[in-house]
Write a protein that binds this ligand. Structure first.
Ligand SMILES: C[S@@+](CC[C@H](N)C(=O)[O-])C[C@H]1O[C@@H](n2cnc3c(N)ncnc32)[C@H](O)[C@@H]1O
Length: 238
């Protein structure tokens, strides 16, 4: 199954591709010292909406890296950003960014610490990193882990996610945990978008596989995900 295509279709109605409310996001970045001459980097930038929002806030230039063709297509809605197609692990970038984002994409670098380590050499001295990471709100049941198809170790609890606070050469500044409203809005739109797409494309070659995945992800959220999964945005300074 083409998971990247499924994800791009499921996110086609979203603002951000993470359970983060845009207004709360604005408050999180409001005090960042970014100016019109600065560049902002987003690794795994999805549809580009978050990067474009940062750039509009500060008048800065945005550069994203994305490997899904469907997401690259969605980035075209944001002409104010430049998006490079490739693997964020090894793509060559020009250092000196004022801010680097890895939101909902930390798995690319093996987690939060690895994401900070990837960003560190790319940032200007005193640059900032904004990391968005899933965590366990409470220990998951075996039944939920089976639904998720992943071991418990795939995430930590909030304490284990954020501790130690200062690390990889960064100073921890603040963090913001997403609330139930943000999760319900994110997951609800994901399921609703996919259900509508499946109805409108009965003859698509991916119809059978995508229908099964739609049923699985919807079940995963309503049979545990809503209770077990949290999401935190954490802000650091180099
Ligand atoms: C959950 S989305 C988050 C998108 C965006 N950061 C946001 O929060 O709106 C994660 C994105 O990372 C992309 N991705 C996954 N692995 C990648 C890689 N190795 N290189 C570049 N992008 C990758 C996926 O295609 C997906 O669009």
């Amino acid at each position: 199954m083409d998971l990247a295509r499924f994800s791009a279709l499921a996110h086609r109605w979203h603002d951000f591709c993470s359970p983060v409310d845009p207004d709360r996001f604005d408050r999180m970045i409001a005090r960042l010292p970014i100016g019109a001459e600065d560049r902002v980097l987003d690794l795994g930038c999805g549809n580009g909406a978050m990067l474009a929002r940062v750039c509009r806030s500060f008048g800065a230039r945005g550069e994203g890296v994305e490997q899904s063709l469907g997401m690259m297509e969605a980035c075209r809605n944001h002409p104010e950003i430049e998006v490079f197609s490739g693997d964020a692990n090894n793509i060559t970038l020009t250092p000196g960014y004022a801010l680097g984002l890895v939101v909902g994409a930390t798995h690319i670098f093996g987690g939060l610490e690895g994401s900070l380590a990837r960003l560190a050499p790319l940032l200007a001295p005193g640059g900032h990193a904004l990391i968005g990471q899933v965590f366990w709100k409470k220990p998951p049941s075996e039944a939920f882990l089976r639904l998720l198809g992943a071991p418990k170790e795939v995430f930590s609890d909030l304490d284990g996610t954020l501790q130690p606070l200062d690390r990889a050469g960064f100073r921890f500044l603040r963090a913001q945990v997403s609330g139930e409203l943000e999760w319900d809005a994110y997951e609800g739109l994901y399921h609703q978008s996919m259900e509508a797409w499946l109805r409108d494309h009965p003859d698509d070659p991916d119809q059978t596989a995508f229908t099964q995945r739609f049923l699985d992800v919807r079940r995963r959220y309503w049979e545990g995900g809503r209770d077990y999964l949290g999401f935190v945005l954490a802000l650091y300074r180099l």
